[in-house]
Design a protein around this ligand. Structure first.
Ligand code: PMV
Length: 314
């Protein structure tokens, strides 16, 4: 007789790119942080017959789920294969506060939560390496060629400094400051902006390369600011990075308005995060009161939603 946990729960959270988006594609360093203010929980209960799911986007048989849930289907499929179990006999409830297509890693987080819940359900241990492997396999089936960053960040607790084709370096971040995150309410346009930066790089290689190198240098300076627990310095790096990203054409009017509103409300720095032309922006605040003032200013400037995240100084 097989033993199962009923119900079985798996969780994962969001991620934010702090510095280095776009330039990271060209080999420059970047920094990303886990973002536990948004999360996903998968709850699995045993039932007979085919797999059914309940989520904000679809409720019904997993086989009938729309393409937007391909990551979930893939996660179930690869995990059941890895566990040597048949893909049937349970109901899965997915609850998520991670807005999709905002560069917060929603897809990888859903996969990580589902995989964890399946391992709990079947009473099997899951080490980090196996989790990352399964998330990356399911992300590859669902979307193509993931960098591995989203899998790493949505299932881990420590910020990382990373460069293409090099192992992620843990970068502990604990400073007396707050990150304010705002959602524009628009989907991020990572595919388009990455393509457009590559066109710029081909057409104006010298100028584009200079901006890309500058963004890499700013990520490097931000790493030092984090190690020295210096929020003022980190804020400066963020401000400068945003203007370089504007020059690379990956911002838009909404993001620029939110960045300006955050700075006007006293942020130490502010920038878009992720692919750009939508998605989210981030601002750095010196203390909680400042963070609340900045979040209010961002909502006034028509952010759809804001979050305040302590960087661990208190
Ligand atoms: O859209 P996001 O947050 O997953 O970030 C994309 C980051 C880019 O540097 C623009 C693209 C990439 O593949 O690194």
């Amino acid at each position: 007789m097989k033993t199962v946990s009923n119900p079985a729960v798996g969780t994962a959270h969001g991620k934010i790119i702090l510095m280095g988006e776009h330039s990271v594609v060209y080999g420059e360093p970047a920094i990303a942080v886990p973002f536990p203010s948004v999360s996903v929980m998968a709850t699995l209960t045993e039932k007979s017959g085919s797999i059914t799911i309940e989520s904000d986007y679809f409720t019904g048989e997993l086989d009938q789920a729309p393409h937007s849930l391909d990551n979930l289907k893939a996660a179930v499929q690869v995990t059941c294969e890895a566990l040597g179990q048949s893909a049937s006999g349970f109901h899965m409830h997915i609850q998520s506060t991670i807005p999709p297509e905002r560069g917060m890693g929603s897809s990888a987080a859903v996969a990580a939560a589902v995989i964890r819940s399946l391992y709990v359900h079947f009473h099997r241990d899951l080490d980090r390496e196996q989790l990352l492997r399964l998330v990356n396999v399911s992300e590859t089936i669902a979307h193509g060629n993931p960098s591995g960053l989203d899998a790493w960040m949505t299932s881990g607790e420590i910020p990382v400094y990373f460069q293409k084709e090099k192992p992620f370096e843990p970068l502990p971040l604990q400073m007396n400051a707050y990150l304010v995150v705002a959602d524009t309410g628009q989907k991020g346009q990572t595919k388009d902006t990455v393509r457009d930066v590559s066109r710029l790089e081909q057409l104006y290689s010298e100028e584009a390369r200079r901006i890309i190198r500058r963004l890499g240098a700013l990520a490097e300076q931000a790493k030092v600011a984090i190690q020295e627990k210096n929020p003022v310095q980190l804020g400066e790096c963020m401000k400068k990075a945003h203007s370089q990203l504007m020059t690379l054409t990956v911002s838009n009017a909404h993001l620029d308005r939110l960045v300006a509103a955050a700075l006007y409300a006293g942020a130490l720095g502010a920038k878009l995060t992720g692919g750009g032309r939508g998605g989210c922006m981030i601002a750095l605040a010196a203390d909680r009161m400042a963070a609340e003032k900045i979040a209010a200013a961002l909502e006034h400037a028509s952010a759809e939603q804001t979050w305040i995240h302590s960087l661990g100084g208190d």
